[in-house]
Design a protein around this ligand. Structure first.
Ligand code: PGA
Length: 262
């Protein structure tokens, strides 16, 4: 795992955006795995800026989102479909038919999940997956004890995740759906690169356990220790519980420039 500690969320997000932009320039038909939540917002703003000011071209890019709530219409203000169109897709030149999110209103969840997995394979697999991390260590909505072999499927959110996400639902936990469809940990591990972002002290314990703790299904993100190309962009607050904080800084500062954002 490559640990990149930046002073704040802004510089961390811009550094992560450079990795995404480099891929899209090198492979215009790249397949991106995307995430929702507060964490990737600045990354998406930077991609939009690069599109507008530097001509970053998304016209051949395909996307697959990690997850979606079950029971929210696409048009619901808190659906991840709405989130992605508001915060990214409507502001770049992506082709709507190349955008994929799990269908939270499907009548046949297992069949719909199987189709999603097949669509990822048919697209050539995910080149780069953007990940946030839950305060309980989830990636996508793969809550603690999710199987490391899991594929896209239904999951039940933990009470902690329901509480964390209530801020998007007028602070009312009763309005947060309890079920979702999420890519599995196996699906995420198949991505050629995983790019995790985490900012703020609320993520410090989960980040320390992910990077330095044992690989365990109680901390789903820790599986990234087994991924051959996982980069973790964090700010100093999210890095504050890392035992080897100084070492990660030392490694990064000692890199040749060409390797820093590769
Ligand atoms: P957040 O969520 O970015 O809103 O903190 C991250 C996650 O739950 O994966």
């Amino acid at each position: 795992m490559e640990v990149i500690i930046k002073s704040d969320a802004q510089t961390g997000s811009i550094a992560a955006a450079r990795v995404v932009a480099r891929l899209v320039r090198e492979k215009p038909n790249a397949v991106l795995g995307l995430a929702t939540g507060s964490t990737p917002l600045t990354l998406y703003k930077e991609l939009i800026r690069l599109h507008r000011e530097d001509g970053l071209d998304f016209s051949a890019v395909t996307t697959f989102n990690l997850d979606e709530y079950i029971g929210l219409e696409k048009e619901h203000p808190q659906s991840y479909y709405t989130f992605m169109w508001e915060n990214l897709f409507s502001q770049i030149n992506i082709q709507p038919e190349k955008v994929h999110l799990p269908d939270g209103m499907t009548q046949d969840v297992p069949a719909s999940c199987a189709v999603y997995e097949r669509e990822i394979i048919n697209a050539g697999g995910i080149d780069l997956q953007v990940l946030g991390i839950g305060s309980d260590g989830h990636i996508g909505f793969n809550e603690p004890t999710s199987s490391f072999a899991s594929r896209t499927r239904i999951k039940t959110l933990t009470q902690q995740t329901v509480a964390d996400n209530a801020r998007f639902f007028d602070g009312d936990e009763a309005k947060v759906p309890h079920h979702c469809i999420t890519m599995g940990i196996g699906t995420i591990m198949d991505a050629r690169m995983n790019l995790m972002l985490a900012f703020g002290t609320g993520k410090a314990e989960a980040i320390a356990a992910t990077i330095e703790g044992p690989v365990a299904s109680m901390m789903p993100a820790s599986i990234l220790q087994h991924h051959p190309a996982a980069k973790v962009f964090i700010d100093e607050a999210a890095a504050s519980a890392l035992k080897l904080f100084d070492y990660y800084r030392w490694v990064y500062d000692g890199k040749p420039d060409w390797q820093k954002d590769a």
